[in-house]
Design a binder for this molecule. Sequence first.
Ligand code: GLN
Length: 492
Amino acid sequence: MTDLHRLSIRELSEGLKQAQFSSRELTEHYLKRIAQIDPKVKSYVTVTAEQALAEADAADAALKSGNPHALAGIPLAHKDIFCTQGIKTTAGSKMLDNFISPYDATVVAKAKAAGLVTLGKVNMDEFAMGSTSESSYFGATGNPWALDHVPGGSSGGSAAAVAADLAPIATGTDTGGSIRQPASFCGLTGLKPTYGRVSRFGMIAYASSLDQGGPMARSAEDCAYLMNVIAGHDAKDSTSINKEVDDYVANLNDTAVKGLRIGIPKQYFNVAGLDADVKARVEESLKKLEEMGATLVEINLKMTEAYVPTYYLIAPAEASSNLSRFDGVRYGYRCENPVDLMDLYKRSRSEGFGAEVQRRILIGTYALSAGYYDAYYVKAQKVRRLIQQDFLKAFENVDVIAAPSAPTTAYKIGANLSPTEMYLGDIYTLAVNLAGLPAINAPVGFAKDSLPVGLQLIGNYWSESQLLSIVHQYQQNTDWHTKRAAIAEENA
Ligand code: GLN
């Protein structure tokens, strides 16, 4: 079969169970595509061919012996932020270029237990700080829709791998938009779950009160399958919530849109810098949802202007604390010939971290330092609470809130935006993490530059099933999610 990469997760699961193809055939098919096509896309940092084939053989044995997990034998790619035992985990940084974790992240362990096959680890912005994946020590990844454009970030490798059909599904993480924005830039569906739904154990920390892992895939249905594997309580993550997990696949329905009240924040559609085509495609998708039975309700999110400054204080503050563990002593990069301990710290950190990471550590350390702590960090925490309250008030009157995922389509590689320009591009995604809410990106068409545009739907806490169902129903009535980049049409 030459078109195994076109099959959905449901089709792959059925095909494997009915022995139409084996996991080994499927895995070899993807490995061949990666070998031939990924040199152009550069989505993988590490390809784990040998391990993948061994896992595929184990899955084939399980498939033969009776009652395997729904996803047994299906390949996936992990963002290189999830620790993988025995395989390099770099977080896109020179600091961890030689780091081999002694244990698996819970997300990775759960994927293995379900019989998923690990194709490899995919590229990302260094320590997940960025919106283009260009800050990776391993170089930029191309957007499959236009290789001279970025796939977004920080989960850009995950998005590019799925959009080029170099993995059927991938894990991502989202601290301020890193699942939704690359999904938007690459024409995919990506879900950022409620804070605490997916374990952060073994997921290299950026900003711990904001970080959350989630699925990136071609459709809401595919995302639901991966959510069923990775969601759930984990005693090893004290912020993981002990709450019953939905069956996200069984919960998909075709009644989610009828009677749905969608909030349209008036501030969001007047943001300076919102591209006219992006606005038009998002509005068309909302019209479609209206035709399908939803009601659009104007709402007021008066804290919108505070999103970017609040996030860009809290996230760097937490990062400066989290990244202090990389000191050249126990693991990671160590400078050559240190003259004393201070020299070891200083040079290991200045040589091991890239410019954007250093900028954030400096900002965060400044915001946390005595004398500035109250004026910056404590104030930002208070504003964070107001932002959350703004959402909770809105949810008294609407079921979900609609927004673009990003104000523009993908940037050109090397566009070299200033840090503030780059940060402003995160305007639509940051508040969701500050409030801990779930949100999903769905592809809703293309701009004049032929690049994908995404609609973001923000839900109330624990509404993952509802968000997946809304997008699933939208995808039953439209075909944007079935469009493939030309490079994905190439046969290996
Ligand atoms: N672009 C945002 C940042 O650089 C979000 C990144 C993320 O979600 N990991 O912080």
